[in-house]
Write a protein that binds this ligand. Structure first.
Ligand code: COA
Length: 502
């Protein structure tokens, strides 16, 4: 028996990836592990893609409905999208092949708050879950499973699926054992308070449960997660971080935040990573994090003791980040807790802990509505991820972006966002390298003044001011003044000319 598969019953189910993929039939709904490129199955999806390609060559239609934790990797989303084997996909994604096919209209994609997925699934909103394909680090003799580098929706897929395929990845550190805290939330009307009051608290057990009778195949694999290097912090991200540090210091001085702040939530992407790195300059100590992913910068803050405890559902590290994580895993196991995403992103807990939410965005409008997902209203980039879970329920919800994109052709502050992920009611702070707009307690017209004055790029600021001035005269009503025929004209100009500049 392999040292990673210590359950005699599961050892009898050892199979090849090809054999395991044979349990997945056209039209099935499949729940896969994987969250921001961590802990996704490495081999069964590729074997499935080969089966699908062969079926398509024979002229047979073969597509599945695929549910995950969040984004995965080329060996899962990429290869299945390329074969035309995904009919439906949720929730967050970031694979170029998958994104392209979604935007071509070939794949139905449901972009849903990550904290809602498990409850929706458990309540039957996605129909029956036929198969779960889950990467784990090991199985215990009694059949419990040591989770991998992400937890995501794995407990839910294992609970709901008729049939389970396990991938046991011997390259995931065995010392992950003990880092996880698996608990679940019963669906209404059986909900109870979740007994978690500090980010590092453990309320479940470190293992996933599965009914061994449902496990039809156990595949031994090797291979790393998708490890994406982060862009080095540049002047723009340093300035964004600088504005946030100044803001947090001000809030501490006013007595509205404790000296060690409140639990940080830091979103995905380069800007979020760079801004967290910039928080080092703030002189804050004894910080905590209650977040969704741990990227390199947060890991570094944990390593250096600036963050004492970090709770998340996944790691999302670069090759250097993984090397550091593995080298110091005993240190990190004392300080990092990985939880199911229905807990890491739960509204009740985010509100109770009072998270400071720091998320990237595509654009904000002058009234504080935020678009996190779509270019020019129609082309999805990734998805809302957990930004909505955190923004609405946080103590202070901050959105950050450079003030321009695409080499200065695009203003990320626009008259009206072309797609709304976060309404003005969920957005407390907008920050660009130009400055920070604190929107708390402001009316729409006051917000426009703050956002244009503090956040817009100087090249676009006069155009935005001109828009607001004319809207003040010509808008039919003046609570939220707009010139409707013009409100989305900047995006139309971008589509027509490649630039928002007149
Ligand atoms: N118009 C057009 N394109 C834009 C744009 C805009 N207003 N703003 C950003 N982009 C493009 C960038 O040019 C870049 O494209 P490229 O890869 O072709 O160069 C891409 O979007 C990513 O932008 P980048 O500046 O590298 O930022 P990022 O890595 O920090 O990611 C988001 C920004 C918005 C894409 C990312 O934060 C995201 O997906 N957010 C939604 C999910 C989320 O917030 N999750 C966190 C919850 S825990």
């Amino acid at each position: 028996m392999s040292s990673r598969i210590r359950c005699p019953l599961l050892a009898t189910r050892l199979a090849s990836a090809d054999h395991a993929a044979g349990f997945i039939q056209p039209g099935m709904t499949v729940g896969m592990s994987g969250f921001t490129g961590a802990g996704y199955p490495k081999q069964v999806p590729q074997a499935l893609a080969a089966r699908i390609a062969a079926a398509h060559e024979r002229g047979e239609r073969f597509g599945i409905r695929m549910l995950t934790g969040a984004s995965t990797a080329p060996e899962l989303d990429g290869v299945l999208a390329r074969t035309g084997g995904i009919d439906f996909r949720l929730p967050y994604q970031s694979d170029p092949e998958l994104r392209e096919r979604i935007n071509r209209g070939q794949i139905d994609y449901m972009d849903i708050h990550l904290g809602h997925v498990a409850q929706f699934a458990r309540s039957g909103f996605f129909g029956k879950i036929d198969v779960a394909v889950i990467e784990v680090a090991a199985s215990l003799p009694d059949g419990r499973l040591v989770p991998s580098t992400s937890v995501g929706n794995n407990a839910t897929w294992l609970e709901l699926a008729d049939t389970v395929i396990l991938e046991v990845n011997a390259d995931q550190p065995a010392a992950l054992e003990g880092m996880h805290d698996i608990a679940s939330c019963p669906a209404p009307p059986h909900g109870v308070p979740i007994p978690l009051t500090t980010p590092g608290q453990r309320i479940g057990e470190p293992y996933l449960q599965v009914d061994p009778a449902k496990v039809v195949a156990v595949v031994e694999t090797r291979g790393p997660d998708r490890l994406t290097p982060f862009a080095a912090p540049d002047d723009t991200s340093r300035r964004i971080a600088g504005h946030l540090v100044e803001f947090f210091r001000h809030e501490v001085a006013r007595g509205r935040l404790p000296a060690n702040l409140l639990p940080l939530q830091s979103g995905v992407g380069n800007i979020a990573n760079a801004v967290l790195e910039g928080l080092r300059e703030g002189g804050f100590e004894q910080l905590t994090a209650y977040t969704e992913v741990i990227q390199d910068a947060m890991l570094g803050l944990v390593r250096d003791g600036l963050i004492t405890t970090a709770s998340a559902t996944a790691l999302s590290l670069s090759p250097a980040g993984v090397a550091d994580f593995v080298a110091h895993i005993d240190h990190y196991r004392q300080r990092i807790v990985l939880r199911p995403q229905e807990i890491s992103n739960h509204a009740e807990l985010i509100r109770r802990l009072g998270c400071l939410a720091l998320n990237g965005m595509v654009e904000a409008d002058i009234y504080g509505n935020v678009n996190s997902t779509h270019v020019a209203g129609t082309r999805i980039i990734n998805g809302i991820g957990g930004s909505g879970d955190f923004a609405r329920n946080s103590f202070i919800g901050c959105f950050m972006t450079p003030s321009t994109a695409k080499g200065g052709a695009v203003s990320t502050i626009v008259p009206m966002v072309s797609h709304v992920d976060h309404t003005e009611h969920d957005v407390s702070v907008v920050v660009t390298e130009q400055g920070l707009a604190d929107l708390r307690g402001l009316s729409p017209r006051q917000r426009a003044h703050a956002i244009i004055g503090h956040c817009a790029h100087p090249d676009f600021r006069p155009l935005l001011q001109d828009y607001v001035d004319r809207a003040w005269v010509h808008s039919k009503a003046l609570h939220t003044p707009h010139l409707l025929p013009e409100a989305l004209s900047w995006h139309q100009r971008l589509l027509d000319t490649g630039s928002m500049r007149p």
